[in-house]
Design a binder for this molecule. Sequence first.
Ligand SMILES: Cc1cc2nc3c(=O)[nH]c(=O)nc-3n(C[C@H](O)[C@H](O)[C@H](O)COP(=O)(O)OP(=O)(O)OC[C@H]3O[C@@H](n4cnc5c(N)ncnc54)[C@H](O)[C@@H]3O)c2cc1C
Length: 454
Amino acid sequence: MAVSQELLAELKETIGSVPCFDDPKMLLAKSRDYYWYSPILKQDLDQCQGQLLVRPETEDDVIAVAAACARLRIPLTLRGGGTCNYGQCVPLEGGVIMEMTKLDRVLEISDGRVVCEAGARIERVEKAVAETGQMLTMFPSTKRFATMGGFLAGGSGGIGSLRHGVLRDDGNVSYVRVVTVEPEPKIVELSGRDIQLVQHAYGTNGIITQMDFKLRPATDWRHSIVLFDGYVSALNAALTAHAEGIDCYLLSVVDRRFSPYYRRLSDHFPKDHDALFAMVAPKDFARFEALVTGHGGVVALDMSHQEITVAHLPPAWECGWNHTTLQALKSEPSVWTYSQVSYPQPFDRSLIPGQMARFGDEVYWHHEIAMMGGQLQVFAIPLVRWSDEARIREINDSFEKIDGCTVFDPHVVTIEDGGMKTIDTSQVDFKRRADPRGLMNPGKTRGWRPEMAE
Ligand SMILES: Cc1cc2nc3c(=O)[nH]c(=O)nc-3n(C[C@H](O)[C@H](O)[C@H](O)COP(=O)(O)OP(=O)(O)OC[C@H]3O[C@@H](n4cnc5c(N)ncnc54)[C@H](O)[C@@H]3O)c2cc1C
């Protein structure tokens, strides 16, 4: 479904000085995210493309675009850094792509909280808050390019979730300012639990222009790699370090079979050992080392961020979460895809040897230790050898039916078929207020049907 050139011309005229781009190569690039991790999405989405890119610089620009899209009934897909991987940024029905990255001001930093514009890159916000001796409670491993608003609307958690829970846990984000998509857009301010109305809503129900984020005191984490003779020993060491309250910000357990893909770390992550990538507070490093040694581990690398940068090695946060998948896909793009698995609470570690045995060389393992809802939450982002769609579905089904896990399916485009599983009616109700004509990122939520549009 494409919008007519006449309508697009009228939109351009209406929005006046808001920067617009229609170079085909640029439009193609800005219609992409990391959906190609999934051969299924690659096939489904490669043809989808927006027709006009707009890059607002102020909230007034955003309002002008929102009003014009609503009046002319033009689909509108929002874009931050474009690093999400469920095709969230891919316009399924053409229309306008609004890239938010020029709304990038850090507005206020106080003790424990930063307020910024939604298009600010996460790393930029980090640098600003570092000047006050603070850091974000969490960030995705894509923080160099990802934006604050994109993280809230498309992400779930990341580095730091080990200590501070996931995005939707209380207090990590407690204020969001949203522009509605109507002929006369409104500003809606959400606070407290209400931020969940737009969290992980894929930009389907309002344009986030400002938000806050919780801060914690900055720590000069030690970036460590600990090697183990067995995967389960590495996982047990990570779980024990967490249970004993060792001050860590990241604990990622990575199967030895990933080692050839971690090329820059070939001296520190050999193929005959499984690895625990950790970020550990300097004050607790001696305790950490004693604990991992007690589990049979050997510390193969221990550097500050400054040291690791000088050594041209990747920081630990680029060795876990979905960066594991990226390492493999960079080397062997047509061989691999992946899954995202959430284990039931409380975590039953006896599931792991069975899962490893069930799939052998078809699945390489990687686990993340996190907190969710105040409880230990273990996630896996395993690498899965690509054969065909039926086999991927079979593997994901087995995680759910045999192991009782929940799969955040990265081979589908809707919020519900991915992680949420059910339609969040409160998000749909909010969409009635914030996008009553149903123009935002069409096709990404099953909760909205075309006949619901005003
Ligand atoms: C290698 C790799 C590692 C990753 N690691 C993590 C991780 O650790 N944790 C994690 O949660 N995710 C992770 N992701 C997914 C993604 O990188 C993050 O969620 C990231 O924060 C998305 O930010 P972005 O600015 O790139 O958002 P985009 O990809 O641009 O957008 C994400 C969604 O938000 C919507 N959106 C963007 N801006 C706004 C706005 N202002 N208002 C409303 N909606 C908006 C978009 O329409 C889209 O649906 C990873 C992805 C890759 C490829």
